[in-house]
Design a protein around this ligand. Structure first.
Ligand SMILES: Nc1ncnc2c1ncn2[C@@H]1O[C@H](COP(=O)(O)OP(=O)(O)O)[C@@H](O)[C@H]1O
Ligand SMILES: [Mg+2]
Length: 310
């Protein structure tokens, strides 16, 4: 499969701050890469390098085969970028914003109108098309921002924290639009601090922290590799909690007591029969016994445990 984005050894330092330390990325065409990391991890720095806005100190990046440092004009022709903060002109209406951009790209007046109307319709902004953007809600602005980035029909789209600060409804709408855009064949690199977002949208995830890649894989492999399932046992009789804890520790090696339950991390669900048998032998009645798969959130916390900058 051809790579839409390929980066090797990207590094960038601001004064004493190492924003990126030798980051490699590979995004096959037509897929979504989720670049995941806490505040200050280096996500925006990576996006700025890949979108030709910033030169790396070291490393190389190609977008659709074009070198971002050697051929930035060519790269700019084929990419779209929406920033962390919506960047539409708020004094113009939705329609005017898009027509303005289309005219800048050299589209005819008629084509500009058609493109604007089409995008506003697709993004659920048709009713607000003739209102100035300053009257738009946060979610509407982000959608307009994304629509603006799509006027030029970019092959590769960079979305820097597209849903940060949006309410769940607005976020869901934006997710659906992004999915639709991918179905139309675009390649997307999106940065996010939200595991759920990466899980929902990304084919592959690269987790960065303090400028370095700390993990990568599909959402499923990351969960499998880094998150172990949790076994939880709650006895019917609270007095038996200590004995439950002993049994669990015996079988699984470690345990914590939380409220009325005993919990432990296990490698897989195969310890379950052993725990059941031992509890039964000990005559302990169980109110609840479960093995819960790790959430991507737990994986993320584990990976970035050194602490995010605030
Ligand atoms: N222009 C800059 N000047 C100085 N430091 C910067 C600059 N841009 C980013 N940084 C620093 O680099 C690190 C990575 O920042 P950034 O890429 O914006 O992270 P993220 O987007 O993941 O929150 C942070 O410590 C940030 O303070
Ligand atoms: Mg950022």
């Amino acid at each position: 499969m051809t790579s839409a984005i390929q980066a090797e050894g990207l590094a960038k330092q601001f004064g004493e701050t190492k924003a990126l330390t030798s980051v490699d990325l590979q995004v096959p065409a037509g897929t979504v890469l989720g670049l995941l990391g806490p505040n200050g991890a280096g996500k925006t720095t990576a996006v700025r390098i890949l979108t030709t806005l910033l030169r790396p100190d070291a490393g190389r990046a190609l977008v659709m085969g074009h070198d971002v440092a050697k051929d930035p004009e060519r790269v700019r022709e084929i990419i779209g970028l929406t920033g962390q903060y919506a960047a539409v002109d708020e004094h113009l209406t939705g329609t005017e914003n898009l027509i303005f951009l289309a005219r800048l790209l050299g589209f005819t007046r008629a084509r500009s109108r058609a493109v604007a109307a089409d995008l506003l319709e697709r993004f659920g902004l048709a009713d607000a098309a003739d209102r100035s953007a300053k009257t738009y809600s946060g979610g509407m602005r982000r959608r307009l921002d994304l629509a603006a980035c799509l006027v030029a029909e970019p092959q590769v789209i960079f979305l820097d924290e597209p849903t940060t600060g949006l309410d769940p409804n607005a976020r869901d709408q934006l997710w659906e639009i992004i999915r639709d855009q991918v179905r139309r064949g675009s390649t997307v690199l999106l940065t996010t601090q939200y595991l759920e977002e990466a899980d929902q949208l990304a084919d592959d995830i690269v987790v960065i922290d303090h400028g370095s890649v700390v993990a990568q894989g599909t959402p499923q492999t990351l969960k499998r590799e880094f998150g172990r399932p949790t076994l939880e046992v709650r006895p019917v009789h609270h007095e038996q909690l200590d004995r439950v804890a002993d049994v669990v520790a015996d079988v699984a090696g470690e345990r914590t007591v939380e409220g009325r339950a005993v919990k432990t991390r296990v490698h897989d669900a195969t310890v379950l029969p052993a725990v059941v048998r031992r509890l039964d032998e000990a005559g302990i009645e169980v109110a609840e016994l479960s093995v819960r798969e790790p959430s991507l959130d737990e994986v993320f916390k584990q990976l970035t445990v050194t602490g995010a900058e605030v």
